[in-house]
Design a protein around this ligand. Structure first.
Ligand code: G6P
Length: 608
């Protein structure tokens, strides 16, 4: 959602804040602002719109000062507007606050403050914090912060500056992510590591219920009750270029092309010298597996789609009944969870609010929770019993690509590991699958080398009103992700349908020229899919098939074919999604869409 950046040091804060916020824009981008403290005065600049609006304003009318906080906002309470943008301040202009998260009891607190004479100018929940700080401040800002924390309920990462304490930034964290960047003669706070990487590789990752007093030359970490905390410095090993575009026009394209490496990085450390799967980070014993009656996979968005493939893998190899649910449904449902249930949560960011809430619910009900996530030290990673990381590197584009393929791989490895423990797979079958998986990376590279066909199909379909995706089995799961990718970034209406269901309704929508993308990669379902292709062709559809090279006779049935390399059926999803990602990208490109930052969407959804 929102992005927070804070700076204290000897340099001009405004420039550093804007630089940092640029790296956080993916978190939310309907408005942006900074508050700079200089000679006992706080100057706030904040505007609705892109960060460039704020940047231009500051370039034209510089604001001087060496300490400040900045924010990019993705609106929750109150429409995007200059007034609702952060930072928010106290009426006397002495306290300024940036906030990511939601204050759940803000209405009640607001009414209380109003009855005490406080005047609110925005519609945000955040404004209660600046007024509460003013209310509680009695010469000791830390004491005031503690009292505010006792008063407010909800999720928050806060950055605070106070004109009477011009030597410090205060950072507070509960549930929403926040880190402290450790510099020399300067320090930083931020929602995420890329914002500080230009300045330092050393960071502290704050836990819920912790705060930091950040000065130019020191950082004090403590619990929000004031108890000191000692913490290891986290050394960031990936490069700043890894978080930048590296020559590609968009992060999404860069991330699509990073998939061979992401797959290799996720797979290699998990295969030992004997060619066996070794998931060292997991503590799952053979006995535990034998007693596991069911598995739930819980996730949102693209991670949910990866979970659908995971279900197939777990049931196919491990023979344990598996239910996949979206986190926002699961958390308010009546799931069959007990100590015999393994819950797998899948989340690229590790911070998605619904997934985190589902994780907590599952733990409460006694389940063991295993996380598959891409972000080390994320809330989901920390709160789970076991973590299996996808080593995809930072994913910046809102539309998830490399996270999806690595999630599929991680789920497959997990299913195989559980299958061995459950004795539901032979070592020969296992070796065969691992051998196939070890070529996955080069097979993806093969697809990425030849994109002309995909570009020409994008040219043909980019002005369509509606595009349909069909498939059976795991092809249907991939169809769902392909369709999501298209609608997210191109804004074309799209649906995915289990091919056998077409005749029960969706067929009515097929007209002359309607593009239908048919996934036909599963040998045992090939003939069934051919019949479905005939069904839509008979109604005028323009059919684009995604098929294995060995099935070239599909050219007789489809208008266009996108080939993927020949592989065993169960590992096709990590391949067949790649041309669909590219197709969505080129369609969106032709339509002039803002590919990395699609309208109305955010990368990391840290509120319900
Ligand atoms: C947002 C993103 C999606 C992502 C989903 C779940 O909607 O735009 O790309 O799949 O959140 O995020 P997570 O970080 O939990 O995988």
């Amino acid at each position: 959602m929102c992005g927070i950046m804070g700076y204290i040091g000897a340099k001009e804060a405004s420039q550093i804040l804007i630089d940092g916020l640029e790296k956080l824009e993916y978190r939310g981008y309907d408005s942006a602002g900074v508050a700079i403290l200089n000679e006992g005065q706080i100057q706030v600049r904040k505007f609705k719109g892109r960060l460039s609006v704020l940047k231009e304003n500051i370039e034209q009318h510089p604001v001087e000062g060496n300490i400040g906080i900045g924010h990019t906002r993705w609106a929750t309470h109150g429409e995007p507007s200059d007034i609702n943008s952060h930072p928010h301040k106290s009426s006397d202009n002495k306290i300024s606050v940036v906030h990511n998260g939601i204050i759940e009891n803000y209405i009640e607190v607001k009414e209380e403050l109003q009855s005490l004479g406080y005047n609110f100018i925005s519609d945000t929940d955040t404004e209660v914090i600046s007024h509460l700080l003013d209310y509680y401040y009695n010469g000791d800002i830390l004491d005031a912060v503690k009292k505010v924390i006792n008063k407010i309920e909800g999720a928050y990462a806060l950055g605070i500056v106070h004109a009477d304490n011009p030597d410090m930034l205060i950072a507070v964290k509960k549930d929403s992510p926040l880190i402290v960047g450790i510099g020399e003669g300067e320090n930083f706070i931020a929602s995420d590591i890329p914002a500080v990487l230009k300045h330092t590789r050393k960071v502290y990752i704050l836990e819920s219920g912790e705060m930091a007093i950040v000065k130019k030359d020191s950082i004090s970490l403590m619990k929000t009750d004031g108890t000191p905390v000692t913490k290891e410095v986290f050394n960031v090993t990936w490069d700043i270029e890894a978080a930048e575009k590296g020559g590609y026009e968009h992060f999404m394209l860069k991330e699509i092309y990073e998939q061979p490496k992401a797959i290799k990085d996720t797979l290699s450390p998990r295969i030992n010298s004997n060619g066996e799967i070794k998931l060292d980070s997991l503590n799952i014993s053979d006995d535990y597996v034998k007693n596991t009656k069911r598995i739930y996979i819980i996730a949102c968005g693209t991670a949910y789609h990866a979970g659908l493939i995971g279900k197939d893998m777990l049931e196919r190899y491990a023979r344990i009944p598996t239910i996949v649910d979206v986190a926002s449904e699961f958390r308010y449902g009546e799931p069959f969870i007990d100590s015999d249930t393994l819950v797998i949560v899948v989340s690229q960011s590790g911070e998605t609010a619904d997934t985190l809430a589902a994780l907590r619910l599952a733990k409460e009900k006694g389940a063991r929770v295993l996380a598959i996530t891409n972000v080390v030290g994320s809330s989901i990673a920390r709160e789970s019993d076991d973590v299996l990381y996808t080593w995809a590197g930072p994913e910046i584009a809102v539309a998830s690509t490399k996270a999806y393929t690595t999630q599929i791989l991680a789920l497959t490895l997990l299913a195989l590991d559980i299958a061995i423990k459950n004795k539901s797979i032979t070592h020969e079958d296992m070796d065969f699958i691992i051998k196939n998986l070890s070529h996955l990376s080069e097979k993806i590279e093969e697809i990425l080398l030849n994109t002309e066909n995909i570009k020409s199909i994008a040219e043909r379909i980019h002005s369509s009103q509606s595009i349909f995706y069909i498939g059976r089995g795991i092809d249907y799961d991939v169809a769902r992700e392909g369709s999501l990718k298209l609608k997210e970034i191109s804004y074309i209406h799209s649906e995915s349908i289990a091919a056998g269901e077409l005749k029960h309704g969706t067929l009515a929508l097929i007209e002359e020229g309607t593009p239908v993308i048919a996934l036909v990669t599963q040998d045992r379902l090939y003939d069934k899919m051919l019949s479905n292709i005939k069904e839509v062709k008979a109604r005028g559809a323009y059919v684009i098939a995604v098929a294995k090279k060995e099935n070239s006779e599909i050219e007789k049935s489809a208008d266009k074919v996108i080939y993927i390399p020949d592989v065993i059926d169960e590992i096709t999803p990590a391949l067949s999604i790649v041309p669909l990602q590219l197709l969505s990208y080129y369609v969106a490109y032709k339509r002039g869409c803002d590919i990395d930052k699609p309208k109305n969407l955010a990368k990391s959804v840290t509120v319900e």
